[in-house]
Design a protein around this ligand. Structure first.
Ligand SMILES: Cc1cc2nc3c(=O)[nH]c(=O)nc-3n(C[C@H](O)[C@H](O)[C@H](O)COP(=O)(O)OP(=O)(O)OC[C@H]3O[C@@H](n4cnc5c(N)ncnc54)[C@H](O)[C@@H]3O)c2cc1C
Length: 457
């Protein structure tokens, strides 16, 4: 047994873990980054990046299909699954190489292997022991399934869906949250018949109802089917198909079933509880500063309760590294974190929904304004519908920004600044949005809420 001593030992090299390692090394700490698979984690290898590459390929397919509408002659001859795969893998490989180079350049020691937390707060990897003044747990999450629904064969999680070598002709998706909706969008653009089954009454059910309903309308127009408000009962498969039965007796049959019902934290059998770390429904319990109950042990990313997003992981990793180094980073509550679903159309939001604002402050204290993208020149040019919805407290700040439409994910940063800086629409209304941009739609909403709409009534 050899013991290696560092200032900080990070367990898990995904978004949360590697961000903590990079920032800590910048602050002069020695860091061991323990990773059993590949640094970059879910986001880089199996999540954000490969799915967004697929969504881009899907967008290109749609552009070719719609080329005649803008006077360009082109025909979509087909989707080359191997070509799409090569493109997607190329992007991931390039980003992975860059990240590996960066981690090396910062002098971080990467350790390959499965780490386990010991009772004395060291981490074992095989026969080696890594000791740090501080330990950061960042072991991430895995795709969940439902009781009695076994993954295998034609029943896939997002990991297997990404590595499918065929474009399915008919596909069922269990779960109308972010991952389900993004795959639905890709497969539809690639020509598949797609049906989403969601037990809650709406797609993207955590979003403002205006976005859920707008997405449902857009998906219906795209020919994406969905069943809402009825729970899954069973799934059976044979050599050629999979059939899903719902609690109301309805049946759906397709080539594949994607199970996208959420992600659970990777915290089992890693010594966490034995070392005194408290778990709640498998998530690591942390305080606002991301400390576990064990002194010197911190947790970041998807193993902590809350939004499971890569940029939340980055931010938490940075914050913990800074706190360990004696700095005082700002804590960002989940409500101030921007969320984007990269389907066509995109769904983006920050802050609270109108419904949540009313529940908290009362209907009389809340005003919301919806601007339809039909009035926005740039959206017309690129052929997208959608909406911008801004929620404010009466005579008070903007508390929520909600966007629907192709490319609107890029606009959410302005919404974030408005919400986090507690801007009043009157503060933003005089600021100029370049013409013609989709950001003008946000400007119109701020103008309207400030009582001086320009291109709206
Ligand atoms: C299909 C899909 C699409 C997504 N798209 C987006 C998106 O567009 N935007 C976004 O913000 N988020 C997206 N996410 C979510 C995002 O990927 C996660 O929020 C993010 O990866 C969480 O980072 P993390 O560091 O907590 O965990 P992970 O990225 O899961 O990293 C954990 C790492 O720890 C390693 N590990 C685990 N246990 C051990 C151990 N015992 N020893 C050593 N190593 C270990 C794992 O191998 C892994 O590399 C997506 C997720 C999926 C599945």
């Amino acid at each position: 047994m050899t013991t290696h001593t560092f200032d900080i030992v990070v367990l898990g090299g995904g978004s949360g873990g590697y961000a903590a390692a990079l920032r800590a090394s910048e602050l002069g700490k020695t860091v061991a980054l323990i990773e059993k698979d590949k640094v970059g984690g879910t986001c880089l290898h199996r999540g954000c990046i490969p799915t967004k590459a697929l969504l881009h390929a899907a967008e290109v397919a749609e552009h070719v299909r719609g080329a005649a509408h803008v006077g360009i002659s082109a025909t979509l001859d087909g989707i080359d699954a191997a070509g799409v795969r090569a493109y997607r893998e190329g992007i991931v490989a390039k980003k992975y190489k860059g990240l590996e180079g960066l981690v090396k350049a910062r002098g971080i020691t990467t350790v390959s292997g499965l780490g386990r937390l010991n009772a004395d707060r060291t981490v074992s990897v095989g026969d080696d022991v890594y000791a740090g003044t501080d330990v950061i747990l960042a072991t991430g999450s895995y795709s969940r399934t439902l009781p009695g629904l076994e993954i295998g064969g034609r029943i896939l999680t997002s990991e297997q869906a990404l590595s499918l070598d065929v474009i399915p002709e008919r596909v069922l998706i269990l779960g109308g949250g972010v991952i389900g909706v993004e795959f639905a969008s890709v497969w539809r653009s690639f020509g598949a018949e797609v049906t989403i089954v969601e037990a809650l009454p709406h797609l993207v059910p955590n979003e403002d109802i205006a976005l859920s309903k707008g997405l449902e309308r857009a998906f219906r127009r795209r020919g994406i089917q969905y069943s809402l408000g009825v729970r899954f009962q069973t799934a059976t498969q044979d050599d050629t198909s999979v059939t899903v039965t719902l609690e109301d007796g309805k049946e759906f049959t397709a080539d594949y079933l994607l199970v996208a019902v959420g992600r659970g934290p990777v915290t089992a059998d890693l010594g966490f509880e034995e070392a005194g770390v408290t778990l709640d429904r498998d998530f690591v319990t942390v305080d606002d500063d991301l400390r576990t109950g064990v002194p010197g042990v911190w947790a970041v990313g998807d193993i902590t309760p809350g939004l499971q997003l890569a940029h939340r992981g980055f931010q938490q990793g940075i914050a913990v590294a800074e706190r360990i180094a004696g700095l005082a980073p700002v804590n960002i509550p989940d409500a101030q974190i921007p969320k984007v679903t990269y389907s066509s159309p995109e769904v983006a939001s920050v802050g609270v929904t109108e419904q949540a604002a009313i529940a908290e402050h009362g209907a009389d204290a809340v005003t919301a304004y919806e601007y339809n993208l039909a009035g926005n020149g740039k959206s017309e040019i690129i052929g997208t519908g959608g909406l911008v919805k801004v929620v404010r407290l009466k005579d008070g700040p903007v508390v929520g920004v909600h966007l629907l439409g192709d490319r609107v994910g890029e606009l959410i940063t302005e919404g974030q600044l408005a919400v986090v800086w507690e801007a009043h629409p009157e503060d933003i209304a005089p600021l100029i949005h370049a013409h013609p941009t989709q950001s003008e739609a946000l400007g119109e909403a701020f103008l309207a809420l400030a009582g001086k709409p320009l291109h709206a009534l």
